[in-house]
Design a protein around this ligand. Sequence first.
Ligand code: ADP
Ligand code: ASP
Ligand code: MG
Length: 441
Amino acid sequence: MALVVQKYGGSSVADADGIKRVARRVVDTKKAGNDVVVIVSAMGDTTDDLLDLAGQVTPTPPPRELDMLLTAGERMSAALLAMATMQLGVQARSFTGSQAGVITTEQHGDARIIDITPSRITSALAEGDIAIIAGFQGVSQSTKDITTLGRGASDTTAVALAAAMGADVCEIYTDVDGVFTADPRIVPTARKIDAISYEEMLEMAASGAKVLHLRCVEYARRYGVTVHVRSSFSTKTGTWVTADPATLATAQRSTNSGVRGADEQGEQMEQAIISGVAHDRSEAKITVVGVPDKPGKAAAIFEALAAAEINLDMIVQNVSAAATGLTDVSFTLPKTDGKTAIKALEKAKADVGFDSLQYDDQIGKVSLIGAGMRSHPGVSARFFAALAATGVNIEMISTSEIRISVVTRAEDVDTAVRAVHTAFGLDSEQVEAVVYGGTGR
Ligand code: ADP
Ligand code: ASP
Ligand code: MG
């Protein structure tokens, strides 16, 4: 008997019909002879709706109460799915994250899992029940308060439980057929990737491909959990996220596009240079104008931001103008941290001695990801040329070994993603990407 962990995202359980459809899938998996643990997200856009509601009551919702409110969303779908499953004649029991033993740090809104003690889940399975767990939530070890794990984090609940319980497979069910070479909502000719390595998936997720939560991929890599991303609306095989070289090699041969690496040193496998293009519209850019070009000034800026617990992404410092001895420092950060960052910098103004601050939340980030670019020259040139040909201006650039990212105007993101996707030969001849549901919110 295998242990199967399945996670169903918000669009899969958007309404009563969706919940009944998911219940049938869950029951089929159980009837095939498996133990089944299910993690669910809140129905449709419930989390956003609850956030809007809180915003109507107060402009600054207290984080503890916000977590109490938001976790109700996942609890609703867990209870409804248990009911629908029992209606099909199969025993099921729903659990909150806390009941399932998801123990976290105390940081509301962005808590980290520190331990999983799933004894109640293990006993439910032993009694023949399907266990249905509310995703995205846990309980703080120190304060005993209910916490949430960050937007999109039901994926992380699923992988963490799969790791803790030694599951045979962790299936992430969503509204597209797997991980594609770009967001199918922007590029209808995007290709499904049959298998992808943890490191490439990490870069895709970190660059905004929200099909998998970043921390879920980190967790899967650390504990060696094989993840199968697939659609709850079809029975097609999705994308395997794995470190298994055989799976990766077979998949590369079938998914590979026009861009191929040289068949070097008698290697059997043609290497895909690029795995995909990701985009992100959730960041803002702050420019600190007129910073004295002296040792210690950058440190003072970033110490102020670190003290306010701001996570930064790209950082750029210009060459100082010789005449003035002043320079500008720009960086990107989540839009949601914008106000806090500006406040922290205003406080440090006298210490740093800068002139002014500019805040811009109309930016977007476009990234090209591929392990093959490590050993392949000319990738940046082709990337920038593709942007230039469509008239998209580049405001910032950053690279890692297997990624190139640029910041552009937010309104240019779709054009840029399509141009880069085409320039690297990633378009499929036929439209194979189907978006089955969801609002893309
Ligand atoms: P769920 O509610 O199931 O967790 P999400 O909305 O969080 O679903 O993630 C699925 C969505 O991710 C897709 O509908 C798609 O628009 C988006 N997406 C972004 N990049 C990609 C990509 N490279 N491959 C597939 N989907 C992507
Ligand atoms: N419902 C939460 C969110 O919308 C968590 C999730 O869907 O994974 O962010
Ligand atoms: Mg998601």
